[in-house]
Design a protein around this ligand. Structure first.
Ligand code: SF4
Ligand code: SF4
Length: 352
């Protein structure tokens, strides 16, 4: 199978004997107001081709199910250690250690744990069951102009399933949003875009070298693909909307230079296509997730960004060559204290 065929099929997609498509899904979040217009049901697919150093959803990166240990729920019965078929669990100083190289995500420990301290992240869903599940929220969508968002991870990692799911949503007259990092093939984009009303597209870092440093791969394909989406919109009249999102990360993407560069790129290549550019302020809510997965997070001591700095970057974005009316900022900010430092000094220092 060629790389392109693998991408199109999606690593996590399995076709059963009766040809029922299944995908590995992390979570279904109802009543979301952050992943597109109106009230949305967002389906988080497992698997991401990128490795951003600040990733807020580390549990979504591997496509396989993973197990996590929640210390506060554990009563120390050691059942999980006894039942693991791969001897992947051990005890060290009153702490459960999961050997990720041995763990195959079978879920036995989570099933047998009497207190749900062991939890499996990522479950298989069949296509029809997922469509029936999301359709339960139809009344909310109709009253708010909302719909379905596929997110992750990156849904493009399980493209065959996601294309069928988006198609099924459209057949049920539900608004569809694709939230993607853009690191995929044009064939995969073709398969997904034709069933998509809105694309949420991440442009994180405009400098290719910094992109490699922060995200572990260059940004050339990502920049090419968003230009391709614009062409697709013109030729197919679908998707009808494209929103760009930029995570504002202290010590990484939170620079004037980066915002000016992304704005110049949008202004030059995407001006008629992009109807919203959202600067998303850094948050540290994922700190516990890293701990549960036994991972270190380089941003664990990092403060939130101040409101003044988000407004400053928003001003820069508005003057960067885009229609100023498309620029907004979102997210939580730090409670500001009186300081002698300028907003730039306050927010470009970082603790990781
Ligand atoms: S089975 Fe559950 S409660 Fe018992 S030691 Fe393992 S994680 Fe803790
Ligand atoms: S998920 Fe399966 S292999 Fe992994 S630690 Fe639990 S029992 Fe062992």
């Amino acid at each position: 199978m060629s790389d392109e065929e693998k991408e199109l099929k999606g690593v996590g997609v399995k076709v059963k004997k009766e040809q029922m498509l299944t995908a590995t899904i992390l979570n279904i979040q109802r009543m979301s107001t952050e992943d597109g217009p109106g009230i949305r049901t967002t389906v988080f697919f497992k698997g991401c081709p990128l490795a951003c150093i600040w990733c807020h959803n580390p549990e979504s990166i591997p496509i396989k199910p993973q197990v996590q240990w929640i210390e506060t729920k554990c009563i120390g019965c050691n059942i999980c250690i006894d039942v693991c078929p791969n001897n992947a669990i051990s005890l060290a100083e009153e702490c459960i250690i999961i050997n990720r190289d041995l763990c195959e995500g079978c879920g036995t420990c989570a099933k047998e744990c009497p207190t749900t301290a062991m939890e499996i992240l990522g479950k298989p869903w069949e296509l029809e069951a997922l469509l029936n599940e999301v359709e339960k929220d139809r009344a909310y969508f109709e009253n708010s102009g909302g719909g379905i968002t596929v997110s992750g991870g990156d849904p493009a990692m399980q493209a065959e399933f996601v294309a069928e799911f988006l198609k099924g949503c459209k057949e049920r007259c539900l608004h569809t949003t694709l939230d993607t990092c853009g690191s995929t093939s044009k064939k995969v984009l073709d398969a997904l875009l034709v069933h998509t009303d809105l694309v949420l597209y991440d442009l994180k870092e405009i400098d290719p070298e910094k992109h490699k440093e922060f995200i572990k791969q260059g940004n050339e394909r990502i920049l090419e693909n968003i230009k391709y989406i614009k062409e697709f919109m013109q030729t197919h009249k679908r998707p009808s909307d494209l929103w760009v999102r930029t995570p504002i990360i202290p010590g990484a993407t939170a620079t004037e230079e980066n915002i000016k560069g992304i704005g110049a790129f949008i202004g030059e290549h995407l001006s008629e296509a992009v109807s919203r550019w959202e600067l998303c302020s850094f948050n540290n809510l994922c700190k516990d997730k890293y701990q549960r997965l036994g991972l270190d997070w380089p941003f664990k001591n990092q403060d939130l960004i101040t409101k003044a700095f988000m407004e400053h970057l928003t001003d820069i974005a508005k003057k960067s060559g885009v229609d100023p009316n498309i620029v907004i900022w979102t997210g939580a900010t730090k409670v500001e204290e009186k300081t002698d430092k300028s907003p730039e000094e306050e927010n470009t220092s970082f603790a990781w």
